[in-house]
Design a protein around this ligand. Sequence first.
Ligand SMILES: [Zn+2]
Length: 197
Amino acid sequence: MTPQTDLVDATPARQQLRELVARGWPVTHIAQHIDTPHTTIVNIYIGRGSRTNRYLARAIARAHEELIDADPATCGVRTHLSRRARRSAALHGWGWQPAVQHAGPLPAEAIARFQNGTRKVGWAHLEWDGPSHFMVLGQQYRPPRIAFTLRTGREPIGGVRPECGHPGCVAPDHVEDQPGRVQTRKRPRDAWRPPAA
Ligand SMILES: [Zn+2]
């Protein structure tokens, strides 16, 4: 049995695997690359279990470094297997990260936590899987507010909510703060008036 101290948070390893699969590396190939049973890699890839062996995490990090900028085809991965891997990752919205337009007052670690904890849903919505807030450098950060700052480069005023109709969406382009909501709502309301009774 693995001693408790050899276990580490599986999140970075999971992100690295998903990124590799999104670039066309099949899980089978990654498992062979680091000489680890296929099912072990699959379990981390699909998110079964929140912790993993630290040596395995290190091996996955090294594989990520070695493979992420390489072309699967030139390393002997058959084209249809690469295509299938990319499609599998895309179906789950894995390996896709929202673009950072402005860092604004956000520390890099808060942006990284936001990017790693979100997943794309549908064509452009973004869901946050973690807790409602987290701490970085002694300060509290909330994903919807981070999303707003990533688009506008400033701190939001008042509450931040999605305007796209997808509950809990934190896509930077889909959230508004209070003044933003008033502005986007004013136009249609002014343009359309109910007929007089
Ligand atoms: Zn949305």
